[in-house]
Design a binder for this molecule. Structure first.
Ligand SMILES: *Cc1c(COP(=O)(O)O)cnc(C)c1O
Length: 363
């Protein structure tokens, strides 16, 4: 099993492996599915926890030319590693920041009339930006009526609007009728503002009919998450998280393990301690719920996840010994599965990946 033996490294902590060739393959796959639309890449939150410094250049090398981040600071990080790319900043234009955006050649995704006016007023002529239209999230963006009223408005060219976007409420649930309403409303907006290109689809949206427009904006699927929940994941896994076993011990019936004695041994058991915990982004909600794989055997996480350590029941795992590897994310434990075990979603698992991990970039 690739990378499962970590004995002899002398490192107790966990190792995060990011498969850059899988990332590139995922981008190419989505670009092919986009069927003529440009395939951008959303790399906010440090490229979904994988590390923007390596992920963005790998995507650029695969052919990606347009990137989306959430913050100006993330835009600067992207600019540093993919200097020629078009970089859009999703969370809008904070008041007074237009000069900083312009100086860095970053494109704000303008989310209100105030932002549009402020960007249009920037001296030195129009600079590229996107306009966000809200079709149901009620989070960012102009209302549909406000967007329709901008037809023919000189602020659209003055603000350099080259892209109009909206965002799905429930794209991962194709049966939700809100999708069709958003697709229809976005078509109205496009008809009223015919100049700029249009972008509606995130990862899951790419799989909905009528949602591709000129540019698609996948994030999660690039990093291996399943954009089609309930169906086979068409993406390759990108992230693998392993930790070496620090020590193995035997306990008798009635002994407890971890804080608050939350787990009590029902009989003689072998326990293994791993050197990672909630401070590494392993959710505390995995306490008593999650698993790790030791030699392919699913070993339950016992008791409470600590800050820097977890305890596994390795009674059924003959390979468990000091230095042997345990897989927290990888193989049958894909990010969606880990998210479900933790009572959250794979997105949160990825974007919480800790900075203490040793990071290996394969591929
Ligand atoms: C995060 C985000 C995306 C990417 O969504 P995924 O579900 O990760 O593909 C696209 N567009 C907007 C506006 C976003 O905030």
């Amino acid at each position: 099993m690739a990378g499962s033996g970590r004995s002899g490294t002398g490192v107790h902590g966990a190792r995060l492996t990011v498969d850059l060739s899988a990332l590139a393959a995922n981008w190419r796959r989505l670009a092919a599915l986009a069927a003529g639309a440009e395939c951008a890449a959303v790399i906010k939150a440090d490229a979904y926890g994988t590390g923007i410094g390596r992920a963005a250049p790998a995507l650029w090398a695969a052919g990606c030319r347009t990137f989306f981040v959430a913050h100006l600071s993330e835009g600067l990080a992207a600019r540093a590693v993919v200097p020629e790319a078009a970089v859009y900043v999703l969370n809008g234009l904070p008041s007074g920041s237009a000069e900083a955006f312009a100086a860095a050649g970053l494109r704000p995704v303008l989310g209100s009339l105030e932002e549009l006016t402020e960007w249009a007023a920037l001296a030195g002529g129009p600079r590229p930006a996107a306009l966000h239209v809200d079709t149901g999230m009620n989070r960012l963006g102009l209302s549909v009526p406000d967007a329709l009223a901008l037809a023919g408005d000189p602020r659209i060219p003055a603000a350099g609007i080259d892209l109009v976007i909206s965002h799905f409420v429930s794209a991962e649930r194709p049966e939700d009728p809100v999708n069709a309403r958003q697709i229809a409303d976005f078509a109205l907006v496009r008809a009223a503002l015919p100049g700029p290109r249009g972008s509606l689809a995130n990862s899951s949206g790419l799989f909905l009919d009528g949602a591709r427009h000129d540019l698609v904006r996948p994030g999660y699927a690039l990093f291996g998450g399943n954009p089609t929940p309930g169906r086979t994941n068409p993406m390759r896994p990108v992230v693998r998280l392993e930790a070496g076993i620090v020590q193995v011990r035997e306990v008798e019936a009635g002994m407890t393990a971890g804080y608050n004695g939350r787990w009590t041994a029902p009989g003689p058991r072998r326990l293994a301690t791993l050197s990672l915990g909630y401070a590494d982004g392993l959710p505390r909600s995995l306490s008593g719920r999650g698993h790790a794989l030791v030699g392919g055997v699913a070993c339950p996480i016992l008791g409470l996840v600590s800050m820097d350590l977890i305890i596994l029941d390795v009674t059924e795992a003959p390979d468990a010994r000091r230095g042997a590897g345990a897989v927290l994310i990888g193989d049958t434990l894909d990010v969606d599965t880990v998210g479900r075990s933790a009572g959250t979603i794979g997105y949160e698992i990825l974007t919480s990946l800790g900075s203490r991990y040793v990071r290996d970039y394969g591929g």
